[in-house]
Design a binder for this molecule. Structure first.
Ligand code: FES
Ligand code: FES
Length: 153
């Protein structure tokens, strides 16, 4: 249907031109993730605002179009959020990717999840769920690295 087409367009656009695909200098958090199914890896950096919110999120890595689109949409979605909000979104997205349904509203579209809904279709392809969630796992890993200096290598 039309909505489905729109979603496809969003994914294609973000997959081809991932936003925030760059190294973040002087990051406050750094994390790595990998998709064990294919071996693709991702590195992600977070710059925190003085109040602890995510001021900037950027990533680099190699992966399929779905993983790139998901990471691109994720960086735009979590910017300005608190770390708790970002983790909650990661959990919500994981559910969405696995089931195709938002756990909170059962699928109605609302603010940030609306754009991510575009990736809800991956639940029909279980092998691609890890592609779609790679960026979110990597974000969680970065936020968990609170004690570790962000590496500059
Ligand atoms: Fe379900 Fe936003 S609460 S999509
Ligand atoms: Fe490797 Fe999708 S095939 S991340």
């Amino acid at each position: 249907d039309d909505l489905r087409d729109l979603y496809q367009e969003v994914i294609l656009d973000h997959g081809r031109k991932p936003r925030n695909f760059r190294r973040l200098e002087e990051a406050d958090r750094e994390g790595r993730g990998d998709n064990p199914m294919c071996g693709d890896r991702m590195q992600l950096w977070v710059k925190l605002a003085p109040d602890g919110r995510l001021a900037d999120v950027a990533f680099q890595g190699k992966g399929c179009a779905i993983s790139m689109a998901s990471a691109s949409l994720m960086t735009e979605t979590v910017r300005g959020k608190t770390q708790e909000e970002a983790r909650a979104l990661a959990e919500k997205f994981r559910e969405l990717a696995m089931t195709g349904t938002c756990p909170d509203c059962g699928g109605a579209l609302e603010d940030e999840m609306e754009r991510l809904q575009a990736l809800g279709g991956v639940h029909e392809f279980p092998s691609r769920v890890k592609c779609a969630t790679l960026a979110w796992h990597t974000l969680n890993a970065a936020l968990d690295n609170a004690d570790k200096e962000a590496s500059s290598e």
